[in-house]
Design a protein around this ligand. Structure first.
Ligand SMILES: [Cu+2]
Length: 181
């Protein structure tokens, strides 16, 4: 076939990118949950965060849609008993989820954590699936995150390289589609 040599290189590149990024897929975030200070974190759709605490010192885990300890409007229970787990959903994509403990004073005293949910890499290189996701959702999410958050030097460097990967994989996906179409 005449298109084999042209299509193989981008396919191999795409495969390498997917393999390289899927190593960290479906990760677990385990937190010892007490009155402390928690750095902002990021997670992908499908990742699970688990809060663990000693039953002798009661705590709980809730999502505060307001993003503030002072506003419990629409609060969502993650768990009243340890361990309490939450798995990030598609609907969380691009959002920063604010978790806190509702026991009086705990959240305000530092028992809260912000998790920004980013897109998970596709498991298989399906051309139709990738073409709808990569150009629309991924680049905008990736570009919004560093400008609004600016957490630490290490995480912003990681996210900029991740956005470069996303841009690269979007370009490669587009070239594969142009070959197939
Ligand atoms: Cu608490």
């Amino acid at each position: 076939m005449k298109l084999s040599s042209a299509s193989f290189l981008p396919l191999c590149l795409l495969g390498t990118l997917i393999l390289g990024t899927s190593v960290s897929h479906a990760a677990n975030i385990d937190l010892d949950w007490f009155i402390s200070t928690y750095a902002d974190k990021s997670a992908q759709v499908g990742d699970t965060i688990t809060f663990e605490w000693d039953e002798e010192n009661p705590h709980n885990a809730h999502i505060y849609p307001s993003g503030s300890c002072d506003d419990e409007a629409g609060i969502i229970v993650v768990g009243q008993n340890s361990p309490a787990s939450y798995t990030f959903k598609e609907g969380d994509l691009g959002n920063t989820i604010f978790f806190g403990c509702t026991i009086s004073g705990h959240c305000a005293a530092g028992q809260n954590v912000k998790i920004t949910v980013t897109d998970a890499e596709p498991e298989t290189p399906s051309p139709t699936k990738a073409s709808t996701k990569a150009p629309t959702a991924a680049p905008t999410k990736a570009s919004i995150k560093p400008s609004t958050k600016v957490p630490t030097a290490s995480t912003s460097a990681a996210s900029s390289s991740q956005s470069m990967l996303l841009t690269l994989s979007a370009a490669i996906t587009a070239s594969i589609i142009s070959i197939f179409v």
